[in-house]
Design a protein around this ligand. Structure first.
Ligand code: HEC
Length: 114
């Protein structure tokens, strides 16, 4: 009985390490892609304004998704979200589609609490 319990505990420990590693890998990937694709205009620190683009920390995933896929804000804005700019200067980068959640997750992971 004790042996089975130990086995289960070790299994859980192994699984939790594994899912943490997967998570960390996707945060690292999000960071790498943000630094490679976004900081010509946005700040290296997503909490701050960049040379051309605003801070990106306040945009929900669906807003980031729309900006990256189309360059535009979504037609219907999520409740409570106010766009930082009225301009339409961002260009779309649709090749990043499947990695937008990782970029968003990394940005949220470095967001400063107000
Ligand atoms: C060519 C410059 C440029 C690049 C490259 C760029 N952006 Fe933008 N981004 C902007 C500008 C300018 C705005 C302000 C609205 C507009 O003019 O489109 C903006 C707005 C945003 C917003 C909305 C922020 C808010 O709260 O209103 C998000 C989110 C965003 N960008 C994410 C990204 C991400 C993620 C990348 C990289 C994958 C990226 N942008 C690459 C210029 C850029």
């Amino acid at each position: 009985m004790k042996v089975i319990l130990m086995g289960v505990l070790l299994g859980l420990l192994f699984l939790s390490q594994f899912s943490f590693a997967a998570d960390q890998a996707s945060l690292d990937k999000g960071k790498r892609l943000y630094l490679a694709n976004c900081i010509q205009c946005h700040n290296r620190d997503p909490n701050l304004k960049g040379s051309m683009g605003p801070e990106v920390v306040d945009a929900p995933l669906e807003v980031m998704y729309s900006k990256v896929m189309t360059g535009l804000y979504p037609a219907k804005l999520p409740a409570g979200f106010v766009p930082k700019r009225k301009s339409r200067a961002m260009r779309k980068i649709p090749k990043l589609e499947k990695d937008i959640p990782a970029i968003h997750a990394w940005v949220q992971s470095v967001k400063k609490k107000k």
